[in-house]
Design a protein around this ligand. Structure first.
Ligand code: SF4
Length: 304
């Protein structure tokens, strides 16, 4: 089957199963192009819950499909590649959180949306890179454990002087960014703006003209007046930026910004997912309610 036939079959299967295809901004271009919705992980899960689709196919990594299932318990949620995971989400373990809670009963546990349902269930509230600042800065005296991304936590501490204990977790892709990478590109493109995701180390974020989650980076670069941008997040975002703003130039700040797990999903995988109903995501009934509650708390707090 050639690519054109594959795309036609995917669209036919999508209609047959009343399915909705979601693609994270970090997916391969052809996956982004065939998706019904492209976005960041929580925004996609929330939007999918509001549709009447029977099946959600989440082209992303495991925790994203799990989040979609938590918000849409009555829909079938499929992840096209079984082992597409997030190494950062997998760094957080239940034992460490339980031990921390015993030692620090006064602290609240905040989990990043990039976490498993089990970790969400053990947390008081979930946050995203877009709403973490808004929610946590409301509690200046409160002690928090922020799981699992130490870089995002450090950024919040630096910006708002919050009382946050760090968990030793990080995203390899963003954590590998260096000040040297940024300076090298800034020398080549002195008029370019550097925009970065808060999963990058603090010293790199201090070099940025703007820091934000994927959606915020997109919005900033589209509405700002510069003509060239150095992108400090996974390179997949450039596809959407270029589509929406073809006259501007968007360059990855290094060629290391590629998430292998995000790039695993191919059109063949998407086709198989729709045809065979694989791989269906289930959330353990013992943690489902608590995990959903941490997401709902975030939604309430971020709406205020
Ligand atoms: S880019 Fe980083 S945080 Fe996102 S899925 Fe890949 S490893 Fe996880």
């Amino acid at each position: 089957m050639n690519q054109k036939q594959m795309v036609q079959e995917i669209l036919a299967l999508k209609t047959k199963h009343n399915a909705l295809i979601l693609a994270h901004y970090y997916q391969n271009k052809e996956i982004q192009d065939i998706a019904d919705l492209v976005g960041d992980s929580f925004q996609l899960s929330k939007a999918a819950a509001e549709t009447n689709a029977d099946t959600i196919v989440f082209c992303g990594v495991h925790f994203m499909a799990e989040t979609a299932k938590l918000l849409s318990p009555n829909k079938r949620v499929l992840l096209p590649v079984k082992d597409a995971g997030c190494p950062m989400a997998d760094m957080a373990d239940a034992k460490s959180i339980k031990e921390y809670r015993e030692k620090h009963p006064e602290a609240s546990v905040v989990c990043y949306v990039n976490s498993t349902a089990e970790i969400k269930a053990l947390s008081d509230i979930c946050v995203t890179s877009s709403n973490a600042e808004k929610i946590l800065k409301r509690y200046p005296g409160q002690k928090f454990l922020y799981v699992p991304d130490k870089n995002l936590a450090q950024y919040l501490i630096d910006k708002h002087d919050l009382n946050i204990d760090l968990f030793e977790g990080w995203c390899d892709i963003h954590n590998d960014l260096t000040v040297e990478d940024v300076k090298t590109m800034k020398e080549k493109y002195p008029d370019a703006r550097f925009i970065a995701h808060p999963e990058a180390p603090l010293e790199v974020l201090r070099e940025a003209d703007f820091v934000g989650g994927t959606q915020a980076l997109l919005s900033y670069a589209l509405h700002d007046e510069a003509s060239t941008y150095l992108i400090g997040t996974e390179e997949g975002l450039i596809h959407e930026l270029q589509k929406q703003s073809p006259d501007k130039t968007f360059l990855p700040v290094t060629d290391k910004l590629v998430c292998e797990d995000m790039k695993k999903t191919t059109l063949e995988d998407l086709h198989r997912a729709l045809k065979e109903g694989v791989y269906e995501i289930e959330v353990d009934s013992t943690i489902r309610e608590a995990a959903e509650a941490s997401l709902r708390r975030m939604m309430e707090e971020s709406a205020q």
